[in-house]
Design a binder for this molecule. Structure first.
Ligand SMILES: Cc1cc2nc3c(=O)[nH]c(=O)nc-3n(C[C@H](O)[C@H](O)[C@H](O)COP(=O)(O)O)c2cc1C
Length: 173
C-alpha cells in the first residue's frame, strides 16, 4: 500500500471483530515501532501486547470504560522512561512523550498498512495501568490502543481538518 494512502485512510476505529491476528502480522507491526527514531537513539520505550481477555477488559474499564478497547484480541500499551540525560535542554523529561509517540505512530501506521484498526487512547490513569500490567515505577504510560480487524471497512478519507494555509507559514510565524 502506498505510504500516502496509509496515512490518508487511517481512522480511529471504535468497533472490532474478534478475529485473531497472526504472529507474523503482529511482529511486523511491532517491528515498525522498534525501528522508530528517538533522541540520541536511546529508544526509551517498552510496548506491552495485552492478549489476556480479563486484562483487556480491566484495561478498557481503566480507560474511562471505553469498552471497544477489549473487542479485538490484542491491545497495545506503550510506556517509556526518562533517560535522565541532558540533551541541550530539549524538553527535559517530557522528551519521552516525543520518543514514545513517534514509535506509537509508526505502530499505528503499520497497522493500517496491514488492514488492522487502531484507536490512540489517551484517557487512562497512569498509575492504574501501571498497577494492572506490573509496569516499573520509573516508567510512564504514554498511549494505549486496541489492535484488530475493524467490524466494518471504516478506512476512509480524514474528517474535518484545518486547511494547510491555517497551519503552515513560510519563513516566519
Ligand atoms: C493523544 C490522543 C488521545 C486520544 N484519546 C482518545 C480516547 O481516549 N478515546 C477515543 O475514542 N479516541 C481518542 N483519540 C482519537 C481522536 O479522537 C482522533 O484521532 C481524532 O478525532 C481524529 O480522528 P481520526 O483518528 O479518525 O482521524 C485520541 C487521539 C490522540 C492523538
Amino acid at each position: 500500500m502506498d505510504f500516502y494512502d496509509v496515512i490518508r485512510t487511517r481512522r480511529s476505529i471504535r468497533s472490532y471483530r474478534s478475529d485473531p491476528i497472526s504472529e507474523e502480522v503482529l511482529n511486523r507491526v511491532m517491528d515498525a515501532a522498534r525501528i522508530a527514531p528517538s533522541g540520541s537513539n536511546r529508544q526509551p520505550w517498552k510496548f506491552i501486547i495485552v492478549k489476556d481477555e480479563s486484562l483487556r477488559q480491566r484495561l478498557a474499564s481503566i480507560c474511562g470504560g471505553q469498552n471497544f478497547i477489549a473487542e479485538p484480541p490484542v491491545a497495545v500499551v506503550a510506556c517509556g522512561y526518562d533517560i535522565h540525560r541532558n540533551r541541550g535542554g530539549y524538553m527535559g523529561e517530557m522528551s519521552i512523550l516525543v520518543d514514545v509517540s513517534i514509535a506509537f505512530t509508526h505502530l499505528i501506521q503499520a497497522a493500517r498498512a496491514e488492514g488492522l484498526g487502531t484507536c490512540w487512547i489517551g484517557a487512562f490513569d497512569n498509575n492504574q495501568v501501571k498497577e494492572l500490567l506490573n509496569i516499573p515505577e520509573n516508567f510512564y504510560v504514554v498511549a494505549v490502543t486496541p489492535l484488530g480487524y475493524p467490524r466494518e471497512e471504516k478506512f476512509r478519507e480524514p474528517g474535518e481538518r484545518k486547511n494547510l494555509e491555517e497551519i503552515v507559514s513560510t519563513d516566519k510565524f
